[in-house]
Design a binder for this molecule. Structure first.
Ligand code: SF4
Length: 524
């Protein structure tokens, strides 16, 4: 064989040296037992025996090929009946050359990943939606920087702000501030996943996976309550399932119902952990020209008819620790109050309510509540929304994942900020936070069931999709060589063959989510 060291006079071709890009790395251990395959889909690099799965149960050695065991999910719109079973992605399912982005959307759920992201994302799918050429880039992101923000609609005392939240004894998050009628929690996050002990990381990732997959999680709050929370369900606080979210604080409740109290009561106290309202002192009572009652309420007066700190927080009346509402009454001004004065005391949900009439000594005596007053109390309850647990997945996707979309990742970030890219998670609209990076937040109830997985690093695995016009994708330096048509993706799956899903499942898109293609970004 001749070895040519010279050209025959033609100028030298100085092509830049290109790295050889392997679909998979050479095995770390050359002595790996024959038949095993090394999974490259996360840094754990499991060596998987034939017929077995890796540590995360998501990848398997199927007759010598690494496969993603779950089907990749496609969202479907339109009247067509959906196949009950998963469909193979080996080219054997009937071709759908007319498939469009108006009725199919490929999600990241089950799509596989292309860790360590120097390879293009597993699905880069071209389709036409509303007559426009679109591209959807899809992957299963491996997120260490992620957490859940949980909103619990309740008056009950859950625990002090900043208190640690524990799961199976390990700290997995903390209580943050309260919002109107709700208590906010932060669960998970990189410091619990990777910053503590191995056990803390393992329990945190298990708790996060369960919460994201809409399962119930038991938690205890230091110095506070035991809670059971589940996305889309009422919270259970100290064993009692919550029913109602308060209609407003005590002051708001006074404002809303002042006219309905007028003529039925001489005084109304709405007991609340944050602001307790006193009708005749309140601006609403003044506007109705109500006669002062002489009532003196405990607590720190904020503004007329609005009191802070009437009691400690708790699971009693209005989120306070009181069982006897009269305990917050300091007394009556004898020069102003009068025997026979009619007093209603209620909580902000109407779950607690009592009716009193002052006797000759100006002492409130319990009495049967008049039907007209009971109707207003019932209306307070009717205006309360059902108590709910809302679970928002919050993740930083500004890392290497972007390299699966474009060779120049900052262009993707900029395109997202300019509203050119619709970011979704399992087809659910993701709110994109302001500022640098790609920090997204999504309601897990809008995502398909079982969207979340884990890897033992530990980290959460979650779907993410970037949809944009083909022209914009080309402009941001997308991996044009790896674009496949939607018809191809429906028949053959991912562009790669190592660790790809072998089946697809079609599920109905949630109408409330909107359709991710052919429309501006849905949120943020
Ligand atoms: S944990 Fe899962 S993704 Fe990671 S190497 Fe093992 S099988 Fe692959």
């Amino acid at each position: 064989m001749n070895e040519h060291t010279k050209t025959d006079g033609l100028p030298g071709l100085d092509l830049p040296a290109m790295p050889q890009v392997l679909e998979r790395a050479r095995p770390r251990n050359e002595r790996m037992a024959s038949g095993k395959i090394e999974c490259n889909a996360c840094p754990v690099l499991c060596q998987i025996s034939p017929g077995k799965t890796g540590a995360c149960d998501r990848y398997a050695n199927h007759e010598g090929t690494l496969v993603r065991v779950d089907p990749v999910l496609f969202l479907r719109r339109g009247p067509q009946a959906l196949a009950e079973d998963a469909l193979p992605l080996d080219g054997s399912t009937p071709a759908q050359p007319s498939a469009s982005g108006d009725d199919f959307f490929v999600t990241g759920v089950g799509s596989s990943t292309t860790y360590p992201d120097y390879k293009p994302a597993p699905f880069i799918v071209a389709s036409q939606a509303r007559g426009v050429d679109m591209v959807t880039v899809v992957t299963e992101g491996i997120f260490s920087y992620c957490s859940f923000k949980v909103k619990i609609d309740t008056d009950r005392w859950l625990g002090p702000e900043q208190a640690n939240i524990r799961c199976k004894g390990e700290v997995v998050g903390h209580v943050t501030t309260a919002e109107y009628g709700s208590q906010m929690l932060s669960l998970g996050g990189v410091h619990h996943l990777t910053g503590g002990s191995k056990k803390e990381g393992r329990i945190t990732v298990e708790m996060m996976q369960a919460l994201g997959n809409k399962q119930a999680v038991d938690l205890s709050i230091d110095g506070g309550s035991q809670i059971t929370i589940q996305a889309g369900r009422p919270p259970i606080v100290n064993g009692v399932e919550e029913q109602r979210m308060r209609v407003g604080c005590g002051s708001a409740t006074i404002g809303i119902f002042a006219k309905q109290f007028w003529g039925q009561c001489d005084e109304v106290v709405v007991v609340d952990d944050h602001i307790t309202g006193v009708l005749t002192e309140h601006q609403a009572g003044k506007c109705l020209d109500m006669k002062p009652s002489g009532l003196k309420v405990r607590g720190r007066k904020s503004t007329p008819g609005r009191y802070f700190q009437v009691a400690n927080p708790g699971t009693g009346w209005g989120g306070t620790d009181i069982a006897d509402p009269l305990s917050i009454i300091e007394g009556w001004d004898a020069a102003v109050a009068w025997p026979g004065l009619r007093l209603l005391m209620t909580s902000t949900t109407g779950e607690h309510a009592a009716w009193f009439v002052l006797d000759e000594q100006l002492v409130p005596q319990p009495a049967p509540m008049p039907p007209a007053v009971q109707r207003v109390v019932d209306r307070i309850g009717e205006n309360c929304e059902p108590s709910m647990t809302s679970v928002m997945f919050l993740a930083g996707a500004g890392g290497s994942l972007r390299a699966g979309v474009t060779e120049n990742p900052v262009l993707l970030t900029r395109a997202i900020k300019q509203g050119m890219v619709n970011v979704t998670c399992g087809g659910a609209p993701a709110y994109v936070w302001a500022g640098g990076g790609i920090t997204v937040m999504v309601d897990v109830m809008r995502m398909p069931d079982h969207s979340f997985g884990t890897v033992p690093t530990p980290a959460i695995v979650a779907p993410i999709e970037f949809s944009m016009t083909m022209a914009d994708y080309q402009a941001l330096g997308g991996h044009a060589d790896h674009v496949r048509s939607i018809a191809h993706a429906l028949q053959q799956g991912a562009w790669h063959h190592d660790g790809a899903p072998t089946q697809r499942r079609d599920v109905r898109a949630l109408p409330a989510n909107g359709w991710p293609l052919g429309a501006p970004p849905l949120l943020g």
